[in-house]
Ligand binder design. Structure first.
Ligand SMILES: [Zn+2]
Length: 481
């Protein structure tokens, strides 16, 4: 059995493109049970279609670019070479001429225009670039390269370096788009026209930035062995609200923190009104974010981190209490519970006093017990932590009752998802700060679900084109990714 597939097409300039190709299906094959088209035949059909369509499109674009807008003349061809374009349906090699500028409009000017590289600066279609970046962001580059080769037709075996290159190119593109957005979507904190007038105690009134950091091992040859990536989750509406935006950056640039923070807040509806709360554990870089925000922000020490320090103290105390006489046992357990209660209710000074007293009293408990040393150590550790962050301890109990956030778990879960699995736990992997940051941008966009939207962002006002005509990019054929 033979199938002849013929395709007819026309375009703005020429009519009657026609091409044909054939596939053969043998009877033996059918008897063997292979009904219908196989994956390979499907791939071959798509690859053939793709090749013919791209050849025509490129030829049309070259014709279009040969036309001089100035005088209506034709730009002469300097020479021909070929260029391979990678697509989701295989690689297509097309003829790629280089053009001189128009002889009558720009006599004696010596440079060339390569229309095909304008169409495809990365030698891959925008769709393939985005798809590759998604895969590259979700799994190690080598695994992603294999998936790509296995599932897409006509892919020349993709190397992991290609995967990395494309993923980082998309990351860079995201960063450029984000910079444009920052430029054009400044939050004007002077203009107070935020729509709703929130009631006191309304969780919507509060904008929460939960922050966590991760240390990513650095490629060798740097002064430090690791660098810091900051993951931030911006949300509104308290616990249970699923409105949240992630953003991430490495390094501690105040300008970048401010811009990213503002942008996220703005997407949540911030227009200069409301309360901003920053939740984090006690890291210096995070305190800087607080000062980089458009209005006074409250910093809250993450309850989760306090609880993490309380837990071993409580466990050791419980173990110790079982070995004490009943009255002493009661007292110790009550005191330990009171430490937690006071911290939970924001009574910092009373908590510090109690920890101090416990620390002192425990010295008197008979020295034979092995639990005394770790217990006192834990208490000392907790007291230092509380004292250093005295101003950042909130009344967690009240916040909890009002349904407000008390822990940066959103950011922490994200650190685990975005960074830890890929960049920290695999200790043999080392990253350049730039590469890690670009990968992080792609991962954050995927987590937020707005990768396509962010790549498609166009600034509202196009800067006026003052460049001479051969360089003017044609809006119809925007640079692919
Ligand atoms: Zn001309």
């Amino acid at each position: 059995m033979r199938w002849k597939i013929s395709i007819e097409g026309s375009d703005e300039i020429t009519r009657g493109h026609r091409f044909e190709f054939e596939i053969e299906k043998s009877l033996d094959d059918l008897i063997a049970g292979n009904v219908g088209l196989s994956i390979d035949e499907g791939k071959a059909i798509m690859a053939s279609l793709q090749r013919n369509i791209i050849e025509r499109q490129c030829a049309l674009y070259v014709l279009f670019r040969r036309h001089c807008e100035g005088c209506g003349g034709t730009r002469p061809v300097k020479d021909y070479s070929t260029r391979t374009i990678q697509t989701v349906y295989g690689a297509v090699t097309v003829e790629s001429p280089r053009l001189y500028p128009c002889r009558s409009c720009m006599p004696g000017v010596d440079f060339t225009i390569t229309p095909i590289s304008e169409l495809c600066p990365n030698r891959a279609t925008a769709e393939l670039m985005t798809l590759t970046a998604k895969l590259g962001a979700l799994m190690p580059y080598r695994a992603a390269a294999k998936v790509l080769t296995d599932f897409l037709p006509g892919q020349t075996p993709t190397r992991h370096t290609t995967l990395r290159h494309r993923t980082l190119a998309i990351g860079k593109r995201l960063e450029e788009k984000e910079e444009q957005r920052m430029l054009f979507e400044k939050v004007d904190t002077q203009e107070r026209h935020q729509r709703e007038l929130p009631l006191p105690g309304d969780p919507e009134r509060e904008f929460v930035l939960s922050i966590d950091t991760a240390h990513i091992p650095q490629v060798r040859g740097h002064e430090t062995r690791s660098f810091e990536a900051v993951i931030c989750h911006a949300s509104r509406g308290g616990v249970g609200s699923d409105r949240g935006i992630l953003f991430a950056f490495s390094g501690t640039s105040r300008k970048r923190m401010r811009a990213e923070g503002l942008l996220a807040l703005k997407r949540l509806g911030y227009e200069g009104k409301g309360e901003i709360t920053v939740i984090s554990d006690a890291e210096d870089c995070l305190k800087r974010l607080k000062s980089a925000l458009p209005q006074t922000a409250t910093h809250i020490l993450d309850w989760f981190h306090i609880a993490m320090k309380l837990r071993p103290i409580e466990q050791t105390a419980a173990w110790l209490a079982r070995r004490l006489p009943p009255d002493e046992r009661e007292e110790l357990l009550e005191d330990i519970t009171a430490v937690r209660w006071r911290l939970w209710n924001g009574q910092t000074d009373r908590a510090i006093d109690l920890i101090g007293r416990l620390f002192h009293d425990l010295k008197a408990v008979e020295q034979g017990s092995t639990a005394i040393v770790p217990l006192r150590g834990g208490l000392l550790n907790l007291r230092t932590y509380i004292e250093q962050n005295r101003g950042s301890i909130a009344n967690y109990s009240a916040r909890y009752r009002e349904g407000k956030r008390i822990a940066s778990t959103a950011a922490e879960a994200s650190v685990n998802n975005l960074v830890a699995k890929r960049m920290v736990k695999k200790q043999q992997m080392r990253w350049s700060e730039r590469g890690a940051n670009l990968l992080l941008q792609v991962r954050v966009a995927l987590a937020n679900g707005d990768l396509a939207e962010r790549l498609a962002y166009q600034p509202p006002i196009q800067p006026r084109q003052t460049i001479i005509s051969p360089f003017v990019p044609v809006p119809l054929f925007q640079r692919a990714a």
